[in-house]
Design a protein around this ligand. Structure first.
Ligand SMILES: [Zn+2]
Length: 64
């Protein structure tokens, strides 16, 4: 009982969210808590984040 249509919709929503840039959102590094985090193109996954302070690269960041 798979529902491919729902999955397609969710993927569309994720893509739309990815296109939006929220200037008021502050990204925090989960390793060193720095706000010096930028978007980092991550190939297959789409995009990830990079911390310029400790060098962390990953899909997980803290958003405030
Ligand atoms: Zn960091």
């Amino acid at each position: 009982m798979e529902n491919d249509e729902d999955i397609d919709k969710i993927e569309e929503l994720i893509l739309e969210e990815g296109k939006k840039i929220h200037p008021k959102t502050v990204l925090l590094c989960p390793v060193c808590n720095s706000s010096n985090v930028t978007y980092y193109l991550g190939g297959q996954i789409g995009y990830m984040y990079q911390c310029k302070d400790c060098g962390y690269i990953g899909a997980l960041v803290i958003e405030k």
